[in-house]
Design a protein around this ligand. Structure first.
Ligand code: GLU
Length: 415
């Protein structure tokens, strides 16, 4: 299969919405590429005393509305075009939710499973030091993404304080541990937001969540929380797919139990009462809700035709290619796009950042209810737009978001 370039996909998605909006060509050209990118190669001392040089990136797509915002991923397949695409998606994600940010994204080419905890700490600090000249609480604010977590954010915040005269700037990263200025509710915010969007979409489809069935591809921070919270709504989780294999049980799987099982076994494979399942079979299951919560380019023109779900909710960034989008639309499958579905994470990151600046912290209930309000509003806005313009939810989300960024670009006088 030829490699699918996520940047080309992000640009294609932008072009499609730009055409529908009759977007100013200058603004369109500005949005097709990130405004700033940085590639860094930095040394890390390994436990055996040798020095290894790692490659990292940071892309800042746009800052017309506010500072760049977006995660940092540690993954062996990270590359500049992927990071650029992910930074574009962050601009549009923040636009969909009406957050005062532009988009950013970073990554390091590394499989973190090959590192010890102290190597992971040295790598996290060295990467942050290498990109620190373009980072700051009012310039660009990183957060967790694939394979990064609150502990890593704490190291990065600590590293940053060394480059700012020892001043502690908790607002330089979000997704921190609570004790280091994190927000209650942040760790499960992306999953919580996904479930809110699934619930709203299901209402429009006339699908009751009680007794509905779902398959989840990816069981990390996002997939795990989504599965757990969906089960609480009465959804029967029939299949879960992880990097090293998948499990299936038509009678339903208890995600909470699977999380416990994995803590001990190190894998979800072998979870009692289930049979093994592969990716393609999971996609083709006759269940109501399919949640891709892993990586980019999972739903392609090769497998989209097999999908029988009524609703595809993109918990991952960029899981569906444009050709697959068209196939799903033609087959009458509703898709809620990544830049809406998984926006709960960056929304609570925004709340964390606001709390850091106020130095006053909200209760978990307050965070969750603000998240609920923002996600429902965004869903309604995008759904209405898709009805008014007779376009799918992705195009509607892009149109809503691009109009907002375009207005900011124009009013500031860039184009
Ligand atoms: N990495 C997450 C995303 O892709 C969160 C970004 C953030 O919180 O800034 O949306």
């Amino acid at each position: 299969m030829p490699e699918i370039n996520p940047l080309a996909i992000a640009q294609q998605q932008l072009d499609m919405a730009a055409e529908k909006l009759n977007l100013d060509p200058g603004v369109h050209a500005i949005l097709r590429e990130p405004m700033r990118t940085l590639e860094v190669n930095f040394p890390v001392k390994m436990d055996d005393g040798t020095v290894k040089v790692f490659k990292g990136y940071r892309a800042q797509h746009n800052d017309a509305i506010g500072p760049a915002k977006g995660g940092i991923r540690f993954h062996q397949s990270v590359n500049m075009d992927e990071v650029k695409a992910l930074s574009m998606w962050m601009t549009f994600k923040c636009g969909v939710l009406g957050l005062p940010y532009g988009g950013g994204k970073g990554g390091v080419v590394v499989d973190p499973r090959t590192l010890s905890q102290s190597e992971l700490e040295r790598l996290s600090r060295a990467y942050f030091a290498a990109i620190s000249s373009i980072i700051g609480p009012d310039k660009d604010i990183p957060a967790p993404d694939v394979n990064t977590n609150p502990q890593i954010m704490a190291w990065m915040m600590d590293e940053y304080s060394k480059y700012s005269g020892g001043v502690c700037h908790p607002g330089v990263v979000t997704g921190k541990p609570i004790i280091a200025g994190g927000s209650l509710g942040r760790s499960e915010a992306t999953g919580r937001g996904c479930v809110i969007i699934i619930r709203e979409a299901a209402k429009r489809l006339g699908l009751s969540l009680k007794g509905a069935t779902a398959a989840i591809q990816g069981f990390g921070n996002v997939g795990g929380a989504t599965a757990r919270l969906l089960a609480k709504e009465g959804v029967k989780i029939v299949a879960i797919m992880e990097i090293d294999g998948g499990i299936y049980n038509p009678d339903g799987i208890n995600p909470e139990d699977v999380l416990e099982y994995r803590k001990k076994a190190g894998t979800i494979n072998g979870y009692p009462g289930c049979r093994e399942i592969g990716n393609e079979e999971l996609f083709a299951l006759g269940c109501d809700i399919l949640v891709p919560a892993a990586m980019e380019n999972q739903i392609t023109k090769e497998n989209a035709g097999q999908i029988k779900a009524k609703l595809v909710a993109e918990a991952a960034n960029g899981p569906t290619t444009p050709e697959a989008d068209e196939i799903l639309s033609k087959n009458g499958i509703m898709l809620t796009p990544d830049i809406l579905t998984n926006a709960g994470g960056v929304t609570v990151s925004y709340f964390e950042w606001v709390q850091n600046f106020m130095n006053y912290y909200w209760t978990e209930e307050e965070v969750n209810s603000r998240l609920e309000q923002k996600m429902v509003e965004a869903f309604e806005r995008i759904y209405q737009m898709s009805q008014d313009y007779q376009v799918n939810m992705r195009v509607a989300a892009y149109m809503a978001s691009i109009s907002r960024v375009a207005e900011a670009i124009k009013v500031r006088g860039w184009a």
